[in-house]
Design a binder for this molecule. Structure first.
Ligand code: CO
Length: 167
């Protein structure tokens, strides 16, 4: 089921998600909805906070450059290793039409659980590495506007003014 994506300044986007203790039926349904919602929005990733849940889970389209999406569920992710730095423009489904230049690690290795409670390790570079860092940030209540440098400060200010006036 496609569910609404919460937009800034929804307060749940600022909360820290909690580790998942048990993969229950509810978690299966949550992940199912998150995958459907991510694909519908053509996002590369979606974190549980963005659909109003505080479980440490995000979903990822692991093949963002290919025609057939390959969504995966990432439960309780931990960063094992990291390398390099790259600045690219980045957006977020909770900030429609806002794109900011953000420095991220070039390579990242994470460990997480899948829906079958199996531990896996994932190495990512490029867009996928960026998406993983973005989604882990969501689980910690960190958002793209937190990275803004001097040159984009005005852009964010204007954007947030618009958001506040509309809502
Ligand atoms: Co986001």
């Amino acid at each position: 089921m496609v569910v609404p994506i919460l937009k800034y300044p929804d307060l749940i986007l600022r909360r820290k998600a909690l580790p998942v203790e048990k993969i229950s039926e509810r978690i299966f349904i949550l992940v199912d909805n998150m995958v459907e919602t991510m694909l519908r929005s053509e996002g590369v990733g979606l974190a549980a906070n963005q659909v109003g849940s505080l479980n440490r889970i995000f979903v990822l389209n692991s093949t963002p450059q290919e025609d057939t999406p390959k969504p995966i569920a990432v439960v309780n992710p931990e960063i094992l290793d990291q390398e390099g730095k790259v600045v690219e423009e980045e957006g977020c489904l909770s900030f429609p039409e806002l794109y900011l230049k953000i420095a991220r690690l070039e390579m990242i290795r994470i460990q997480a659980k899948n829906l079958y409670n199996e531990t896996f390790v994932l190495d990512a570079t490029g867009l996928l590495a960026r998406a993983i860092q973005h989604e882990i940030d969501h689980l910690n209540g960190v958002l793209i506007i937190d990275y803004v440098d001097e040159t984009e400060k005005e852009k964010v200010k204007e954007y947030l003014n618009g958001v506040v006036h509309i809502s």
